[in-house]
Design a protein around this ligand. Structure first.
Ligand code: SF4
Length: 394
């Protein structure tokens, strides 16, 4: 299945849904309860995905200042400022890519604070602009362990969400539909996990920069057959590459773990940089963030609460230290690069000496400064020097 075609169909269908009075569109955060929305008949749009598109196309460099001048600080999430700026300027990369004039107007906005609080402010902007209902799942945060009371809290919030959505759709929630969507989501996320695990092979058949592209369906099409079928095929292709000894980089001598957000506007540059240094970035926290192994269609709400609570970004530092140490062993990693994203402290884990503690455990680490979208925070020259000097030490 062609990924470009999958994404084209997804966005064109969203556009059609937004123009059809009989269909409903929900906007959702990337680790929000998309399965509930799909099960209740909503087409689902993810503003973070749009933020990543604005970053990858570098259109964000025109739109971030528009949000800044409206009072949204250059210090806050640059997905948010890229996206709100694009709305204010009435532009979107969807126009050039698919001929779509504007984003699909939402009927409801649903966010989950399991990743950060910025999403609440982001979605509140749109609730005011569009005059549509907004619902937040307020997840207990930064957990050492996910306890039964945390799960019960989120399950109750899911129930309230479902009751609110019923008033929008005018239809009763059907558990069998949620079971169906969650089963598909579970299959897709398990396949995505297997896809990423192929990078344990030496040489690795995929690198982080490819994976940031391959991950689109697990972000935006969870709960559909399309995502499941795409990862089935991708896994088969990658297994063939493993069998043929076909690596993602020309010559793999070193293996790196990428911690933190991608730098969307510099994926190509960084990919080439590692390739020319005979290095493969084989694993990352970011791509792993859409592995939801705890989904269980037998207990849909409870297992969704568990899976969405125990994501890496929502855990404490002791958990993160162990997680990265385990990844280093599993993927035979030579060194860990921490990306300190200026506008996303929520997903930058270098500020509280985690790199230092890993170093104390014999793991080589380095920190580079940058940002997910705002390229004013990233220097090609400086990062190249730091990365190449680091690779020489490994
Ligand atoms: S986790 Fe970071 S990048 Fe994602 S929405 Fe929150 S602040 Fe933005």
């Amino acid at each position: 299945m062609d990924l470009k075609q999958i994404m084209r169909d997804y966005f064109l269908d969203l556009d059609a849904a937004a123009k059809d009075a009989d269909r409903k569109v929900a906007w959702c955060t990337s680790a929000g309860p998309a399965e509930i929305l799909r099960a209740m008949g909503f087409e689902v749009f993810f503003p973070e995905n749009h933020g990543a598109m604005l970053g990858a196309t570098r259109v964000c460099m025109e739109t971030i200042p528009a949000a800044n001048s409206k009072g949204y600080s250059p210090e806050i999430c640059s997905y948010l400022t890229s996206d709100i700026g694009a709305y204010l300027r009435n532009i979107t990369p969807l126009t050039k890519a698919y001929g779509i004039e504007s984003l699909p107007k939402p009927d409801v906005l649903v966010y989950n604070t399991n990743q950060c609080k910025d999403v609440m402010h982001w979605f509140e902007f749109y609730a005011n602009e569009y005059g549509v209902p907004i619902f937040g799942i307020h997840s207990p945060g930064h957990l050492p362990e996910v306890e039964p009371e945390h799960i019960a809290d989120v399950v109750e919030q899911f129930r309230q969400l479902i009751r609110s959505l019923e008033t929008i759709t005018g239809k009763a929630f059907e558990k069998s539909e949620l079971v169906r969507c969650l089963s598909l989501s579970k299959e897709a996320t398990d396949l995505w996990s297997e896809v990423l695990d192929t990078a344990m092979s030496k040489p690795s058949p995929l690198n982080f920069f490819d994976a940031t592209i391959y991950m689109a369906p697990i972000v935006v099409l969870r709960g559909t057959r399309i995502a499941r079928d795409y990862y089935r095929e991708l896994l088969a292709e990658l297994k063939e590459k493993v069998a043929a000894g076909d690596g993602a980089v020309h010559s793999e001598h070193k293996r790196i773990y990428w911690e933190g957000m991608p730098i969307w506007g510099r994926l190509r540059h960084l990919s080439n940089l590692f390739d020319s240094n005979d290095t493969c970035v084989v694993a990352s926290t970011y791509c792993n963030s859409w592995i939801f192994s705890d989904f269980d269609p037998e207990e849909p709400l409870k297992s969704m609460a568990l899976a969405y609570l125990q994501i890496f970004i929502n855990r404490n530092d002791a958990y993160k230290e162990k997680y990265i140490s385990d990844m280093v062993k599993r993927f035979s990693i030579d060194g860990v690069i921490f990306h300190a994203a200026k506008t996303c402290p929520n997903n930058s884990n270098s500020y509280y000496n985690l790199p230092g503690r890993l170093k104390g455990n014999g793991i080589s680490t380095i920190v580079i400064d940058g940002d997910l979208c705002d390229l004013r925070c990233f220097s090609d020259e400086q990062s190249t020097n730091v990365i190449e000097a680091f690779l020489e030490t490994l």
